[in-house]
Ligand binder design. Structure first.
Ligand code: TXA
Ligand code: MG
Length: 340
C-alpha cells in the first residue's frame, strides 16, 4: 500500500519526515515534491535502492538519474573538475531548477545512477519539503520524476498516486509544485556548456551569468541527444495531441471540422480563449503568462486523459524564456504534430 503523508510549513513535520527517512535509510523509495515536479527518491549511494526506482517507474535502465543535494558544498563529494563558471551558476541559481552535469568522482555514487557514464547530473532543489527531507536524511537522493515512464511528470501528489499506487511505500505531499516543468540540464563538461534539456531555468538567465551556451537540437533527425532521457517518447497523452497557433478563428474552425468528423475535442489554451464549441477546455492560465503555462501544462494534459476526447488541441507560445521548455514538452507530447 502507498501511504500519503501531508506536510506544510505551518506545523512541525519532523515526525512525517522521519517516516520518509526511515524508509530511505532502509533502501526504499519515497516520492517527494520539488519546485519543478515530484521526484521519486532513493539513496544515491545504494545500488539496490536505486534499482527500485527503475522498477517502480518502468524506466529504461540506461537513462541516468539526477542526484539531489541539500547544500551547495556537497557537490564536491560527487563531482570533480568543477569549473569556475559552474561555481558562478551555483552561487546564483542554486537552490533552483538547474541540473549541472560534471565529471563524476569515482566510487561514491552508485553505478546504476549513471549507467555507463563518466558524468553525473547534480542539483539542489528549491523546495522547503525537498530541502527538509535532504537535511534530515543527511545523504544525496537519486531522483527522476515520479511518474510511470511515458506519462507526464507529476505536479501534485495525486498524479504520483495515480501512476505509482501500490508500487511505492510513501508519497510526501507538499501540494502543487510551482515551476511545473523539469529542471534545465546543463552539461558543464563541454566548452561552452551545452543545454541538454531546456527547463525551468531559462537559457537567457544562464547566459546572463556565464555568457553564450550551446543548445542541443532535439529536432527529429538531428544530432543524437546526449541527455538520454530526451530520446524516449515522453509525456504522451492517451489521445493524439496537436499544437495549434494561438488564434481564435483557427481554433474555432479546427473544432468545427473535427466535430463534422464526429470527434470529441479537448482544448488546452489560455483562459481568454476557453469559450466556444469544444467539448472540454483546460487552462494554461492567463494569456501570455508563460510561467503559468509551465505550471499548468502537465496538469492539463492529465486532465485531457480523464476525458474521452478523441483529439487534443494545445495552443503554442514562443520559445523565449521558459517558453523553450514548454514548447519542448508540448512538441514531444504532440510527437511533432501541428494542426493546420
Ligand atoms: O526537475 C527535475 O529535473 C526533476 C526533479 C525530480 O528533480 N527530475 C527529473 O529527472 O526530471 P528525470 O530522470 O525525469 O530526467 C533527468 C534528465 C534525463 O533526460 C537524463 O537523461 C538527464 O537528465 N541526465 C541525468 N544525468 C545525466 C548525465 N550524467 N548526462 C546527461 N544527461 C543526464
Ligand atoms: Mg522524467
Amino acid at each position: 500500500e502507498t501511504k500519503i503523508v501531508s506536510v506544510d510549513n505551518h506545523i512541525d513535520n519532523l515526525a512525517s519526515y522521519q517516516q520518509a527517512v526511515d524508509i530511505l535509510e532502509k533502501g526504499g523509495v519515497v516520492a517527494f515534491p520539488t519546485e519543478t515536479v515530484y521526484g521519486l527518491g532513493a539513496l544515491a549511494t545504494d545500488e539496490r535502492a536505486v534499482q527500485q526506482i527503475f522498477a517502480a517507474k518502468g524506466r529504461p535502465s540506461d537513462n541516468p538519474l539526477i542526484v539531489h543535494i541539500g547544500t551547495k558544498e556537497e557537490v564536491e563529494n560527487y563531482a570533480i573538475d568543477i569549473p569556475e563558471t559552474a561555481q558562478l551558476l551555483m552561487d546564483e541559481c542554486w537552490p533552483g531548477p538547474l541540473t549541472l552535469v560534471f565529471h563524476k568522482r569515482p566510487g561514491v555514487i552508485a553505478e546504476n545512477v549513471t549507467p555507463g557514464f563518466q558524468t553525473v547530473g547534480i542539483r539542489m532543489p528549491d523546495h522547503p519539503v525537498a530541502l527538509a527531507l535532504l537535511k534530515q536524511l543527511g545523504a544525496p537522493l537519486a531522483a527522476p520524476s515520479a511518474n510511470r515512464s511515458g506519462k507526464p511528470s507529476p505536479t501534485e501528489a495525486g498524479h504520483v498516486y495515480t501512476d505509482l499506487q501500490g508500487r511505492i511505500p510513501m508519497i510526501v505531499d507538499g501540494g502543487r509544485t510551482g515551476v511545473g516543468v523539469e529542471s534545465t540540464v546543463l552539461d558543464m563538461t563541454t566548452a561552452p556548456p551545452t543545454i541538454l534539456r531546456p527547463g525551468g531555468l531559462t537559457r537567457e538567465k544562464i547566459e546572463s551569468i556565464i555568457g553564450p551556451v550551446n543548445a542541443e537540437s532535439n529536432t527529429p533527425g538531428g544530432e543524437a541527444p546526449r541527455a538520454p532521457g530526451m530520446k524516449y517518447a515522453h509525456y504522451a497523452p492517451e489521445s493524439p495531441l496537436f499544437v495549434i497557433e494561438l488564434n481564435k478563428e483557427l481554433i474555432r474552425n479546427a473544432v468545427a471540422s473535427l466535430h463534422t468528423e464526429g470527434k470529441k475535442v479537448a482544448v488546452i489554451c489560455p483562459d481568454e480563449f476557453a469559450h466556444g464549441e469544444a467539448d472540454w477546455y483546460f487552462s494554461f492560465g492567463t494569456l501570455h503568462d508563460k510561467d503559468a503555462m509551465a505550471a499548468n501544462l502537465y496538469h492539463a494534459i492529465r486532465k485531457c486523459d480523464e476525458t474521452d476526447a478523441d483529439v487534443i488541441l494545445a495552443t503554442e507560445t514562443d520559445v523565449h524564456g521558459v517558453g523553450a521548455a514548454v514548447m519542448n514538452r508540448l512538441n514531444k507530447a504532440a510527437d511533432g504534430k501541428r494542426f493546420k
